[in-house]
Design a protein around this ligand. Structure first.
Ligand code: ZN
Length: 244
């Protein structure tokens, strides 16, 4: 019996779509009884277990949610130069399109081909364990799987990318980030990270005298300014290629 059959025919749960985000408590209780794994631990395997550290709420209708999350802190731009944004529906880090990325080395060595939840969000570019780029795949892991990239060799990520991703991984798994001079709470880390992304996504006409800094970062990264975007959209709704 595969996971889908088990869920539907044995546990009475017809849909697998909400398992990543917020599985019903009744299902988790049943899984906990059967497996002996504590309810809290099971809950942490879904995004709901990361509230309020990774995101404030799973409710996408909270007024000023984006403002509270991404405009509270300032890294590259002073707060006064940034225009606050109110949008109707928004949740931090949860992409509007499904992201199918995985580490070729992780999947290569594992018979189960488990896809990590963190790979499904635009949080990291590389595998924190192997330091290679996460690659796009198609198919159903565990059954059949192919890579979008024709060259199957894993690509090594730069030192800057692996350093940042290891910090995000530490935040997800330990609840804090060990920076060179201080330890930072995971909640603060993800909000700062999201603030930087929004700052880089700010149209230069709003940046005042700091426009040069934003332009400089994009130039040094070797990407077109604001990833070629003219209008502002929240990071979560951008195309995957633009997000990455
Ligand atoms: Zn890996």
């Amino acid at each position: 019996m595969d996971a889908r059959d088990l869920l539907e025919n044995d546990l009475g749960h017809g849909q697998v779509d909400d398992l990543d985000i917020a599985p019903p408590l009744s299902l988790l209780s049943l899984l906990s009884q059967r497996s002996g794994i504590e309810l809290d631990r099971l809950r942490c395997l879904s995004v709901v277990g990361w509230v309020p550290w990774l995101l404030d709420s799973l409710d996408d209708q909270v007024p000023a949610a984006l403002d509270t999350y991404a405009f509270q802190f300032s890294v590259l731009l002073p707060r006064r130069t940034r225009k606050t944004r109110a949008i109707n529906r928004w949740r931090a880090w949860l992409p509007s399109q499904l992201i199918r990325r995985a580490c070729p080395l992780c999947l290569d060595g594992s018979a189960e081909q488990a896809i990590l939840l963190a790979w499904k969000m635009p949080l990291m570019l590389s595998c924190p364990q192997h330091g290679c780029w996460l690659d796009s795949y198609w198919g159903v892991p565990g059954h059949y799987l192919g890579w979008e990239n024709a060259d199957p060799a894993p690509r090594e990520a730069s030192q800057a990318i692996t350093a940042m991703d290891q910090r995000s991984w530490q935040a997800l798994t330990m609840g804090y980030v060990e920076l060179p001079r201080r330890r930072l709470h995971a909640g603060l880390w993800f909000r700062l990270l999201r603030s930087v992304l929004d700052e880089l996504n700010t149209p230069l006409s709003y940046c005042g005298s700091d426009a040069g800094s934003i332009r400089y970062v994009w130039e040094r990264c070797g990407h077109p300014l604001r990833a070629g975007k003219i209008r502002w959209h929240p990071f979560e709704t951008l195309d995957l290629a633009v997000q990455l």
